[in-house]
Write a protein that binds this ligand. Sequence first.
Ligand code: FAD
Length: 278
Amino acid sequence: MSSKGKLFAMHLHDNDGRWDQHAPLGHGTVDLTGLKVPHYVAVPGMNAVCREMAAELSDCRFEWRAQGAAFDGARWQVRASDGREVEADALLITTPPAQAMELLAGTPARSACREALGRIRMRPCWALMTALDRPLLTDWDAAFVNQGPLGWICSQAARPGRPAAEAWVLHATPEWSQEHLEQDPENVAEALLEAALSLPGVARAEREFSLAHRWRFALAEQPQDQGCHWFDGYRLGLAGDWCAGSRVEGAYLSGAAAAGALLGSAVARAGMPAGAMG
Ligand SMILES: Cc1cc2nc3c(=O)[nH]c(=O)nc-3n(C[C@H](O)[C@H](O)[C@H](O)COP(=O)(O)OP(=O)(O)OC[C@H]3O[C@@H](n4cnc5c(N)ncnc54)[C@H](O)[C@@H]3O)c2cc1C
């Protein structure tokens, strides 16, 4: 993760003590353009960022897939795939746009949302986790490749708190991922590994393990910069990285913008002056 703006940087720094796991990735890349700002890694896994922020929330449900939403003019009902429902005064959706539109398909908010989200295209990313019998690169920990199928490669062992095994993450470029979207994961794994092993300076290595994963909605083609979409009449917010410049920082900023819109709306409805909440 990295931070270009102050708000997310403050969050990372504030957590530096508790997240003493955060540490800059090593340097020495093929192309340093993207690494001019410090990069951070959460330990033991990237989801530690969300886990920490959610720790104080009283009702957090995991493995809970929303299947549909309904709005009766006053309250939202969201139905899970197992049939259970939750009700709320307001709804914030932070899925990629296509999935938000699916959830809202049967609601009066669908047209307004389609207008706001219709032009946003998300691009896919095939990602490969592979373990090798020897280092892929010896002088570098991470590199923007951006040539052939590969966009980015990174050593897991170089990341703080990760096992020392020769595990590498290889990301395909959005273009290659789109072209090979429906390909078999095993073929994708072969192609990405072959491309990595053909990079200049890379010694032949045998793979001990590999797993390719397709992120269908990985990156907005043209991310927006408005923070979030708030539809006051429906008390509905749409947010996500695609709304605030992409990446983890964008997701954080978009979530903060949606929370601000929700609180502002609640204050206005209660007829309180804005300062009265604190
Ligand atoms: C392979 C890869 C590597 C990346 N590396 C980096 C990096 O190094 N640094 C960086 O800053 N960014 C990176 N990113 C981008 C970063 O992951 C995203 O910017 C960030 O995760 C966006 O967060 P989000 O909350 O907006 O959306 P998401 O992370 O996409 O979260 C949306 C969530 O909604 C859930 N969801 C969807 N539909 C439903 C439903 N019906 N019911 C319930 N839940 C639902 C999904 O399961 C998902 O968990 C990477 C992305 C990918 C794909």
